[in-house]
Design a protein around this ligand. Structure first.
Ligand code: ZN
Length: 273
């Protein structure tokens, strides 16, 4: 679960949402990849303590969340990782795992390899995502709609959101079976936001009802697939996507970016959400 931008949860719903986010995981232990800037304050620090106490792990997600693409210089990107490290390290759940913002790992092989070496030097591993999603966009639409229409029925987002997650899980799992010859322990990308405060229990129940199991994030990361470093440029996206891309055999089935708002907009417009 990424970002921990608790400031974006509307204030009148914040306390309840934060409690739900933490409690809905029950015994499943997640990895919370925090943006330094978002948690470099008393409230953020408290969230990380609460999650640590519940057995969850905390990982590094840069200081500003500027992706390693476009105009971000690799030296600034690295400085942001080092700046965030001591902010997170004081929490018991902290482990040296890093998640690239927007799953962008460098536009060129040179930058990609520089960051791989940098992370290794500092004892970090890449907290790769295998099931990428656009939950952040569903959340953005929900927040906009709430603001425009105070009494809008937010439960209308539930089915489309669950369908999106299930659809993406099916896609990336079938891709992993084809590329690797097996299903893997997946890591799914979702965010610390109002959308998941509302629907995470339903999301987990959906996976269970369809025969999937929920394992601790650390157990999932122990799958040897997370040691793979695909040779692709631009580097990043879902790990399964990148492994497929590397083979050159799946071109017709690999859109770029793997996930984005552009793929979801028409559906949400049509549903009036
Ligand atoms: Zn993020």
């Amino acid at each position: 679960m990424d970002d921990v931008r608790w400031q974006q949860i509307p204030e009148n719903r914040r306390a309840e949402s934060e409690e739900r986010l933490l409690n809905s995981l029950s015994k499943a232990r997640a990895f919370l990849f925090a943006i330094g800037q978002a948690v470099d304050n008393e409230h953020g620090s408290r969230i990380l303590d609460l999650w640590s106490s519940a057995g969850h792990r905390i990982g590094n997600h840069t200081y500003t969340h500027d992706p390693l693409s476009g105009t971000t210089r690799p030296e600034d990107f690295e400085a942001g990782i080092l700046r965030t490290d001591p902010i997170l390290r004081k929490h018991a759940g902290f482990r040296e795992w890093f998640r690239f913002p927007a799953l962008k790992e460098g536009n060129t092989r040179e930058i990609r390899d520089r960051l791989r070496a940098f992370l290794t030097l500092h004892g970090y591993r890449n907290g790769a995502v295998t099931i990428d999603t656009s939950d952040w966009y569903y959340n953005q639409r929900l927040l906009e709609r709430m603001q425009a229409e105070t009494n809008f029925d937010l439960t209308r987002y539930r089915q489309p959101y669950l369908r999106h997650i299930w659809d993406r899980a099916q896609y990336y799992d079938s891709l992993s079976r084809e590329v690797l010859g097996r299903s893997i322990s997946h890591t799914i990308l979702i965010h610390y936001n109002l959308l998941n405060a509302l629907f995470l229990p339903d999301l987990l129940a959906m996976f269970r009802s369809k025969g999937w199991g929920i394992v601790d994030a650390e157990e999932a990361f122990a799958d040897p697939v997370f040691k793979r470093q695909p040779d692709t440029a631009p580097a990043g996206e879902s790990l399964v996507w990148a492994l497929a891309k590397e083979t050159g055999r799946f071109e017709g089935r690999l859109r770029y970016p793997g996930e984005d708002d552009i793929y979801e907009k028409a559906l949400l417009d049509r549903l009036g959400l």
